[in-house]
Design a protein around this ligand. Structure first.
Ligand code: C5P
Length: 297
């Protein structure tokens, strides 16, 4: 018996970051958009917990108990007083360590898959609570669509989106560690006051209207200077995408994946071609959003 869950990647159309909190996390105003790049997690009954992974970046995925999918199975099993005896197989298409919530997506998907496989019948709020314990971006991977994340990003308010946004994503030659990017943010912020993070009304309005030009003018990522400081070559990728006709270019989350907003599907294909020809990234994908969150298939 097995259950498969399909789960999307995310891009942050706004990532406003506050000062470091005493617990080391940062308060955020994080506007998430789920986009059509997916992982699939299959949970099957097994003698003991085991994780396997297939896909272009599979060799970079940890298969031990640090994998968020394994931690999700353990967390759900512990709550329901059972053994996490499950084989989790991840079919991975979301960039690894890329700033697109790939690990978080696998955590949310494994949680939903184990819930269905074991018939635990946990409610939506309980699943969201476990997601928030697993990581700041995990609740959004369960919910999908578009949402404003506050707190450390885990407190979600769903957002209306009035159309489809077309994106191009450029995978970088190596990954970036999210904690390292936040540490670099703190280093760059030393000696200056960091404002309280707040959602931009222009971003929310552009999403609600489905207006790509409005979104291009308003989107922002406070982690971008930190990601560029650790990975200066990303500036060349951003410039190449702008030169190829993107309405806007930014680092996705903590990076190093770069995201390019296009006016429509045809323009996205042109931007993708230009980026491929530029030789400034490892691979290029086109994806649109919003799309639904983790779903049993
Ligand atoms: O919540 P998650 O485990 O995904 O966060 C990974 C790391 O990113 C944290 O350990 C922390 O260093 C950083 N982080 C942060 N502030 C947030 C979210 C993440 O500093 N709001």
């Amino acid at each position: 018996m097995s259950v498969t869950v399909r789960v999307p990647a995310k891009v942050n159309v706004q990532l406003a970051v506050g000062a470091a909190r005493p617990d080391g996390f940062h308060d955020l105003a994080n506007v998430f958009l789920a986009v059509g790049l997916h992982d699939e997690v299959t949970a099957a009954l097994a003698a003991e917990l085991r994780v396997t992974c297939a896909g272009p970046d599979a060799d970079q995925v940890p298969l031990d108990r640090t994998n968020l999918a394994a931690r999700a199975a353990e967390a759900l099993a512990a709550r329901y007083g059972r053994e996490p005896a499950v084989h989790l197989h991840i079919a991975k298409d979301i960039p690894v360590a890329g700033g697109m919530a790939g690990g978080s997506a696998d955590g949310a998907a494994a949680l939903l898959a184990c819930d269905a496989l074991w018939g635990t019948g946990a409610g939506r709020d309980e699943l969201l609570g476990i997601c928030a314990e697993l990581g700041s971006d995990v609740p959004f991977s369960l919910v999908g669509g578009a949402a404003l994340g506050t707190g450390r990003g885990e407190v979600l308010t769903p957002l209306d989106v009035g159309g489809t946004f077309h994106w191009v994503f450029a995978r970088a030659s190596r990954g970036l560690s999210t904690p390292a990017v936040f540490r670099e943010f703190d280093r760059l912020a030393e000696g200056r006051a960091v404002p309280e993070p707040a959602a931009s009304q222009d971003v929310l309005d552009a999403l609600a209207k489905g207006d790509p030009d409005g979104l291009a003018a308003a989107l922002s990522n406070d982690l971008q200077p930190a990601a560029l400081s650790l990975f200066p070559e990303l500036a060349g990728t951003l410039a190449a995408g702008r030169g190829a006709g993107a309405l806007a270019a930014l680092v996705s989350g903590s990076g190093p994946t770069t995201a390019f907003l296009a006016r429509d599907a045809a323009s996205a294909r042109e931007v993708a071609e230009g980026l491929r020809a530029s030789g400034t990234c490892r691979s290029v994908r086109v994806a649109a959003g919003p799309v639904p969150g983790a779903t049993v298939v």
